[in-house]
Design a binder for this molecule. Sequence first.
Ligand SMILES: Cc1cc2nc3c(=O)[nH]c(=O)nc-3n(C[C@H](O)[C@H](O)[C@H](O)COP(=O)(O)OP(=O)(O)OC[C@H]3O[C@@H](n4cnc5c(N)ncnc54)[C@H](O)[C@@H]3O)c2cc1C
Length: 326
Amino acid sequence: METHQYEIALIGAGPVGMFAAFYAGLHTADTLVLESLGEVGGQPANLYPAKTIYDIGGYPSITGAGLTDQLHAQLDHFNPTVVTGATVTAIEDAHPGFTLKTTAGDFHTASVIIASGGGAFTPRPLAVDYDHALDGQSVLYNIRDPHDLAGLDVAIAGGGDSAIDWALALAPVAKSVHLIHRRNQFRGLESSVAALAETEAQLHTPYLIAGVQQQDARLNLQLAEVRGTAHPTLSVDRLLVNYGFVSANTQLQNWGVALTRNEVVVDSTMATSRPGIYAIGDAVTYPGKLKLIASGFGEAPTAVNAALLRLHPDRRQPLHSTQLYH
Ligand SMILES: Cc1cc2nc3c(=O)[nH]c(=O)nc-3n(C[C@H](O)[C@H](O)[C@H](O)COP(=O)(O)OP(=O)(O)OC[C@H]3O[C@@H](n4cnc5c(N)ncnc54)[C@H](O)[C@@H]3O)c2cc1C
């Protein structure tokens, strides 16, 4: 068991936790980052690495993977202790501070910042019986780089932002793109839906996927018309399933902090109901909260400064990084 006591422990290394850990380092805090997945980066790294993000200040556009790389470079500057494969299950009072119980052992810290986002997430699966040996081969739930599917016939199942973004990203590189959606209207941003109409992507609406069979190196998709009788078959090389994600954030309920609809309630300093424990990013709720990376980036300095002020009430913190960075 590790006996060292950190000043700040971050639970979760999504974009918000990574930036908070960097910011804590900027203020010379002894910082620990605990991440349940095998790699840092949270949703952008794992759920949409190849998608382009347009609403991060200073980046006109950047992919999920690109943003993760930048956050990694920033995080590395102060070299905090990062433990991956460590799921925090309990936060126990340790007098002083807390003991974090994790699947990788116990860790001690004077304060905690919860940055666990939407919790552990998995893609919503295709709702038909098919051979799951095809998963990761010809049936895909995520891809890192659209060029992985260059020159292939690709079907995309789904009608939300993510499915449309994939269709836009794949249209210039794939041999053909087929978007299969159960409604005639798509739920994406209007500008994205308009951009989709300018591509050669073929829209199959209103259709559901009723069957998936491998034949030689191809996939036969049996489509079923919604409230209709048509049952065409579509032959493609790959099926990319984009039905959104299911997230489980049950650990939060064991951490003794006040929750509303399974989100951590925080005040204007990002303090939770439990003194010494703060929360930021997608995990929190307060009036006007927006689940955006930019919002979480704004919450990180507030939480770090509040945590450090509580630990060191006499310490005067320079406000600007230009005064801190050497
Ligand atoms: C398809 C898609 C597109 C998006 N596009 C945009 C966009 O364009 N712009 C934008 O601003 N936002 C976008 N978002 C939302 C954005 O990704 C989130 O707001 C952001 O990821 C929240 O960051 P976070 O660090 O709070 O949480 P997350 O990214 O969810 O990271 C939380 C991390 O905590 C870890 N964790 C959870 N529980 C534990 C535990 N018990 N112990 C240890 N670790 C734990 C998780 O494994 C995860 O790595 C998009 C989201 C999706 C799904």
